[in-house]
Design a protein around this ligand. Structure first.
Ligand SMILES: Nc1ncnc2c1ncn2[C@@H]1O[C@H](COP(=O)(O)OP(=O)(O)O)[C@@H](O)[C@H]1O
Ligand SMILES: [Mg+2]
Length: 472
């Protein structure tokens, strides 16, 4: 059994200031401006603790130096042999569709999962494009696209075709138009099968129809043929091209470059190896690979999260970690779901980001605040480093909360009495986050941060702790 009370990091010599596996599986959010010491300070401390304790893990790379940092941490922890560097030069490949369809376990290959995967890719693309995910009309398009993807996957599946992006593109470009389906009820079987020979979509519909054996398949077939021969064919003028464009847009990156070479063919690297103590470094830094880097790592992250949730937690499970620097780039709706089960699947999520404003922008929509707040509520350890972002500093001050503090006051006026009064004030004022030390020689390689965990009292009797991380 994993001892959840095992201490991973001691923030002081006092027993109350130990940070345990129990804390780690409840998630970690680190905020701090550029150069505030997130990576070299708190990040390095947690990373080394995970490695020293034998954890497996997945590391996403925003910057090119992430890989070298981890190689150095692993060397110091004697874990070099457990590192798997998945990079452009490596021989590793991961085809998310193939993986999802063939993995063992209930639910493998379910249309729903696959369609979700595509929708995640679509949203990641929108987000990286700077759009965020917006309101009502956007949701209409999302739903229309999701339906179309669902039906395409069902059609390919029932027709016995390979479920691949390539075949989905073929379906879309061949799907019958309104004037083509108008006279379909008067067509002879012969004419229809001739049509099927020259039109990929019609061919699939015919094959799907011929393969129907069970009542369930019959229902599915009706759904599919209704969709392609009625609904999709007669969509209002603008709708169809918009759906087609959205799909082609999300499929496009997979037709070239690293996505084609490493994420669209076979699979020889499985997320599950991290459960045996391997550490996969996804060395496709976003700084270098841009959107392709976000897609590649975002997909792997999502499927890793699902694989980690699926593992049998009754057995003696090794804790694993998910490491995401510049986490605003990789946020997904699934993070929230994952975090609620992370404790039982022994997964320690560490998100590092400059500020909360980036999170709001990435989540988008009408009310990003409440969604970001609920995600952050599920990342229970929070570490704040130096920051100039007023929104983050306010948020940090609020999160830590107020207390009655002794305030010295001088009452000018009638008398000259000076005194001490009790007033309700932020325990850490927003401005105090602007001047925390951020390492380097001038600061004797010390990075300062403020640590808080909801519901936890530290040795100082308070719900927050000022901590010092060494960069060495
Ligand atoms: N290993 C190190 N030793 C000393 N200084 C470092 C080290 N790594 C980074 N620094 C410096 O410390 C500061 C914090 O860097 P870093 O941890 O990379 O910040 P962040 O990840 O928050 O952007 C920067 O000024 C950086 O140049
Ligand atoms: Mg950094």
């Amino acid at each position: 059994m994993v001892n959840l009370d095992k201490i991973l990091v001691r923030f002081s010599s006092k027993p109350e200031d130990g940070w345990t596996i129990r804390d780690a599986v409840r998630g970690i959010q680190i905020f701090g401006g550029i150069g505030s010491g997130k990576s070299s300070g708190s990040g390095q401390t947690l990373a080394k603790a995970f490695l020293k304790n034998g954890f497996g893990g997945l590391v996403l790379c925003a910057k090119p130096d992430e890989r070298t940092n981890w190689q150095e941490y692993a060397r110091k922890a004697g874990r070099e042999n457990d590192l798997i560097i998945f990079s452009e030069e490596s021989e590793y490949e991961f085809n998310p569709l193939e993986y999802e369809m063939t993995r063992s376990g209930k639910g493998a290959g379910e249309v729903f999962n696959l369609a979700n995967l595509f929708m995640e890719i679509y949203k990641m693309g929108n987000r990286f494009g700077g759009g965020g995910n917006a309101g009502e009309s956007e949701r209409y398009w999302d739903n229309a696209l999701r339906r179309c993807i669902n039906r395409m996957i069902q059609l390919l599946g029932l027709a016995g075709e390979e479920i691949s992006i390539r075949n989905m593109r073929r379906l879309l470009s061949a799907a019958p138009l309104e004037h083509e389906v108008e006279g379909i009820s008067e067509m002879s079987d012969e004419d229809i099968s001739k049509w099927g020979e020259s039109n990929y979509c019609m061919g699939c519909i015919i094959n799907a129809g011929n393969s129907v054996k069970t009542e369930e398949q019959e229902e599915e077939y009706t759904l599919i043929s209704d969709y392609f021969l009625r609904e999709f064919a007669t969509l209002p003028e603008k709708t169809r091209p918009t759906i087609v464009e959205s799909f082609l847009g999300l499929a496009e990156p997979f037709t070239s470059g690293i996505l084609k070479k490493h994420f669209a063919q076979k699979t020889n690297l499985y997320p599950e190896v991290t459960h045996e103590g391997k550490i996969i470094i996804l060395d496709f830094p976003v700084k270098e690979y841009l959107a392709a880097g976000v897609y590649a790592q975002g997909i792997f992250k999502l499927l890793w999260q699902q694989a980690t949730e699926r593992r049998n937690t009754k057995e003696d499970t090794l804790p694993v970690f998910l490491w995401v620097d510049e986490s605003q780039l990789f946020l997904s709706d699934y993070d929230q779901i994952f975090q609620t089960t992370a404790r039982s699947s022994k997964a320690c999520t560490v998100f590092l980001s400059q500020n909360i404003s980036n999170y709001y922008a990435a989540i988008g929509g009408r009310n990003p605040q409440s969604r970001v707040d609920s995600l952050l509520a599920n990342l229970s350890t929070k570490i704040f480093h130096a920051n100039n972002d007023a929104v983050t500093n306010e948020w940090a001050a609020k999160t830590i909360g107020k207390a009655f503090l002794n305030i010295s006051s001088i009452n000018v006026g009638k008398g000259q009495t000076s005194g001490v009064s009790q007033q309700l004030h932020y325990q850490v004022e927003p401005r105090e986050f602007t001047t925390l030390l951020s390492g380097g020689k001038a600061n004797e390689f010390e990075v300062h941060g403020v640590l808080t965990i909801a519901g936890r009292k530290w040795s100082n009797g308070r719900n927050y702790l000022e901590v010092v991380f060494s960069q060495e």
